[in-house]
Ligand binder design. Structure first.
Ligand code: ZN
Ligand code: MN
Length: 432
């Protein structure tokens, strides 16, 4: 897989223009000679973008090239006025990393930094079909993450892509807004005979997918399509295909270029970049605890499943606030798992990141407080509820014990009080 992510630095990759294409009032407002690709304009690399790329590489367990450089990747397209994209070829900032999924870990070949292109808008003006170009996005820093060919199903591909988004949002270096194109997914798909270890002699690139579901569906479709071609004794064409989400099918876009077609060479306008020990330790000092370690720590300390805590936060900053809340809860012997459940299930509507810890604690205490009701009072209500819900009682007796949830709800509603679930459940079963 190849995944492109726009970094949310203040300025663009090679000029001082504002990097905020999604909020620009008008097209072509955040532009200058450099990002318009005018002759003679000189690029200057964005230091923050380089640091964030390395930060991401480190979070993915990559090795870092301490000597790196930018290269020109040539191709012609109207949204690329220079005739080349500044990218990285043989010396990417990061290489050789790893991302874990529940179906096995996936190697990261490289993480490199490049610039985004302008945006083409196809529309009618005065009755004529025209293509307009908006350069607000031109030269926005773009990180590309390339994986090893070690993904074996559409499900694993989806999990891998989601995991990457989680890590990137945690580092707070991109919003990964897929709808707006802030994160774009590409899958290279080819089929291999069972037991074969050699990579197939073709691959089909599925380009610019903007949702995890489309990624999964597109891959599934390709597997089916390619299998049919291979079964008929032919080899699928090496090409780039798009995904039509309405029809649920992929379609030919263009035949695929080889790397040599791009005529890569070092960009003479940008000096090579040396990352010395001092700079590297500065970058490392901004690296938060690995997100996987945060989840394991919480599982160990508070016995809460990462499937739940994953829903609570995005950034490392937010995970630190959760740490503070959790440890305060534990100190006061309050159940952290109950808090997490209440928040996830929206039983407790608190913004954990804008509310003071003391207030969260008092709101939580209030939410779990139960009313003072005697067993006698409750049994009276239970008897009444059971008598008008004979069917539920019969269901319970025949083994459908789930019906107890319904009965507990009915009793609570009738009592108009907050009563501990377990206590009510026990009393109802006794009465039945
Ligand atoms: Zn510019
Ligand atoms: Mn790229």
């Amino acid at each position: 897989m190849e995944i492109h992510v726009e970094l949310k630095t203040n300025s663009k990759m090679f000029c001082g223009c504002k990097n905020d294409p999604f909020h620009a009032e008008k097209p072509n407002t955040y532009t200058c000679p450099t990002c318009l690709g005018l002759p003679g304009a000189l690029p200057v690399a964005n230091k923050k973008a380089i640091e964030w790329t390395i930060k991401l590489g480190l979070a993915l367990g990559c090795k870092i090239n301490t000597l790196s450089k930018f290269d020109r990747k040539h191709y012609f397209y109207p949204d690329l006025p220079k005739g080349y994209q500044i990218s990285q070829y043989d010396l990417p900032f990061c290489y050789d990393g790893k991302v874990g999924t529940s179906l096995g870990s996936i190697g990261i070949t490289r993480v490199h930094l490049e610039e985004d292109t302008g945006k083409l808008i196809h529309q009618k003006v005065n009755g004529r079909d025209v293509s307009l170009i908006d350069f607000n996005r031109s030269s926005v820093p773009l990180v590309e993450i390339v994986s090893e060919p070690e993904i074996y199903s559409s499900v694993q591909a989806k999990e891998y892509a989601k995991k990457l988004r989680q890590v990137i949002r945690y580092l707070d270096i991109s919003d990964c807004d897929m709808e707006k194109g802030g994160m774009r997914l590409e899958a290279n798909i080819s089929l291999q005979k069972k037991g074969e270890t050699k990579l197939p002699n073709y691959k089909v690139e599925l380009k610019n997918i903007n949702s995890f579901r489309f990624l999964e569906r597109g891959i599934e479709y390709e597997i089916k399509r390619q299998k049919e071609i291979l079964d008929s004794g032919k080899t699928p064409d090496q090409e780039t295909r798009g995904f039509n989400s309405e029809k649920g099918i992929t379609y030919t876009q263009r035949s695929k270029e080889e790397a040599a077609d791009y005529r890569y060479f070092p960009d003479p306008d940008l000096p090579p970049i040396r990352i010395d020990d001092k700079w590297m330790s500065e970058i490392k000092s901004t690296e938060p605890e690995l997100i996987d370690l945060v989840f394991t720590r919480w599982e160990k300390d508070y016995k809460i499943d990462r499937k739940l805590t994953e829903l609570l936060f995005e950034t490392a900053e937010e995970s630190k606030k959760l740490d503070e809340i959790f440890s305060n809860f534990a100190k006061q012997k309050l159940p952290v798992d109950k808090l997490v459940n209440a928040i996830v299930n929206k039983k407790l509507l608190i913004n954990l990141f804008t509310t003071k810890v003391e207030e969260i604690i008092s709101l939580f205490k209030k939410s779990i407080a139960v009313d003072d009701v005697s067993d006698e009072q409750l049994i009276e209500i239970i008897k009444k509820i059971l008598s008008i819900n004979q069917k539920a009682v019969a269901d319970y007796k025949s083994g459908k014990t789930n019906v107890i949830n319904f009965l507990v709800g009915m009793v609570m509603r009738e009592a108009k009080k907050k009563i501990e679930f377990k206590r009510l459940e026990k009393l109802i079963i006794e009465q039945i």
